[in-house]
Design a protein around this ligand. Structure first.
Ligand code: GLU
Length: 500
């Protein structure tokens, strides 16, 4: 593990240390959750340390609200960190905005060793230089001119009130990027311009802070999305100039939508927000299983992985080189699988907050009754949120009768509706008179009535189902009758007849 490319200082620890380093500029999206998960799994698999670092040097865009969103999402997924912002640890602080003095020290070192220089170019001048470079077909869009400034020129710029940036001087020799997923590449230094590492407002930039923190925090492996691939040679160059340890890199290919487009907050809105899935009633286990398979596979066959199995089997060698597709159908399938795996009691616990949020219950006093409702729903839930439309009628009789179901089963014509009314009236009488209100007795009494009067069983059942629930599908009708209870059933039948 200690071999690093470019013959630079190796990381000194033998223990795997990885980090997730979100910028708190929005919600945690699926790609971010995948980065977190792969790092966490890698750490767990190797008995290593998982660190949460907050990359908030972009103070204008970083918000506490976003940080809170990211925490909630990671906590929901159960990706607990061993060291990090709120937790502390031997290499803190873990929030970059609190580490400015550390970065300043390194910048001084770079300036003094001649590996960095102040750049006084104004945005307008930079634009001109870029134009010229384009016209000259140069690969670097900045020509490094400020490293040759005379002290008179510097004095003049300072007197004009210009605030300089700091640029790192890129090396002349190729930079080897040795990637555990994508393999090795030699980067031609002519393609890298002298990167701005400190902005004119004095705030250090991501490429500088990231590699300094990775070294200071003894990070052994940087596992992140391929959108950072272009940053990696720059970070290596900075580390080399400072004599800092260079971690091993592993870049994970992009997550794409069905059309092959990169999944992004900009194009896909909150479809990519992890918390949205929590709110909709996706289970943590389903989400982790789904996200793990975005780019990683075990044997191209197995789809269902428990968290423990993921920890046992996760391996960077089996992360693919090409993009993976975000398929919501697969997530739904996994979610219903995991919901169905829950015991009745656990499933009831899981749906109770959804009933409460929909104001359908305010206490869980009638626990047995609630469990029986969940049992009646059976394996029909794709998300926990589905419990609401599927069971609302148990809690309230204020529901609309589905017009399609009404037309089909209650009838379109006066005559047919009259007949339905008659059937419902009889069913009401039968249910009022049954000696005991249980599934067997109720079922036998209803069949006796339909069979003796030559009424199709399904017609009577559906007519009653719509009267009690408003729709033509759902759990077993007899379960519904018993769960609603005699009083409620005998109230709903006349209400339906009046509607007819
Ligand atoms: N703050 C960066 C991001 O959120 C971290 C990238 C990295 O892992 O180095 O994309």
């Amino acid at each position: 593990m200690n071999e690093t490319p470019n013959g630079t200082t190796p990381v000194v620890t033998d223990k795997v240390r990885v980090r997730m380093a979100p910028s708190p500029t929005g919600f945690l999206h699926i790609g971010g959750a995948r980065t977190a998960l792969f790092n966490w799994l890698f750490a767990k698999h190797h008995n290593g340390t998982f660190i949460l670092r907050i990359d908030d040097t972009d103070t204008a865009r970083s918000t506490d609200e976003s940080m809170h969103e990211i925490y909630t999402a990671l906590q929901w997924l159960g990706l607990a960190w061993d060291e990090g912002c709120d937790k502390g640890g031997p290499y803190g602080p873990y929030v970059q905005s609190e580490r400015k003095a550390i970065y300043d020290g390194y910048v001084t070192q770079l300036l003094e060793s001649g590996n960095a220089y102040h750049c006084y170019c104004t945005p307008e001048e930079l634009e001109e230089i870029r134009e010229q470079a384009r016209a000259d077909k140069q690969t670097r869009s900045y020509d490094g001119r400020c490293q040759y400034l005379t002290s008179e020129a510097v004095d003049r710029f300072v007197a004009e009130g210009r605030k300089p940036t700091v640029r790192i001087k890129m090396p002349d020799t190729p930079i080897l990027v040795d990637d555990l997923v994508l393999g090795s590449r030699n980067i031609d230094p002519a393609t890298l311009e002298d990167e701005v590492i400190v902005r004119s407002n004095g705030m250090p930039n991501y490429n500088l802070t990231s590699i300094i923190d990775d070294a200071e925090m003894q990070i052994t492996h940087v596992i992140r999305g391929t959108e950072h691939l272009n940053n990696t040679p720059k970070q290596i160059a900075i580390a080399n100039a400072l004599g800092l340890a260079v971690p091993q890199f592993a870049h994970i290919p992009l997550v794409l939508d069905n059309g092959g487009r990169k999944l992004s907050k900009r194009h896909h809105g909150d479809l990519v927000a992890v918390n949205r899935y929590r709110e909709q009633g996706y289970l943590r286990e389903a989400m982790l299983n789904f996200v793990a398979r975005l780019g990683w596979s075990y044997d191209d066959k197995q789809e269902i992985f428990s968290v423990d199995e993921l920890i046992e089997k996760f391996d960077l060698a089996r992360v693919g080189k090409s993009g993976s597709v975000f398929d919501i159908k697969k997530l739904e399938w996994l979610n219903s699988h995991y919901i169905n795996q829950l015991s009745l009691s656990a499933r009831t616990d899981a749906v109770i907050p959804f009933w409460q949020a929909a104001d359908l219950i305010d206490s869980t006093e009638k626990r047995d009754w609630l469990e029986n409702i969940v049992a009646a729903v059976g394996e029909r839930l794709t998300t926990l949120q589905d419990i609401i439309p599927q069971t609302r009628y148990f809690f309230t009789d204020e529901f609309a009768y589905d017009p399609k179901a009404v037309k089909k089963w209650w009838g379109g014509s006066e005559e047919k509706r009259g007949k339905t009314s008659e059937i419902l009236t009889h069913l009401g009488q039968i249910l009022e008179e049954v000696p005991s209100f249980d599934v067997e007795t109720v079922e036998a009494a209803i069949w006796k009535y339909t069979d003796e009067n030559d009424i199709k069983r399904v017609a009577a059942m559906q007519a009653l189902r719509i009267a009690l629930t408003g729709t033509s599908f759902g759990p077993s009708l007899f379960d519904i009758v018993i769960l609603l209870g005699k009083d409620e059933v005998l109230k709903r039948i006349p209400k339906a007849i009046a509607h007819l």
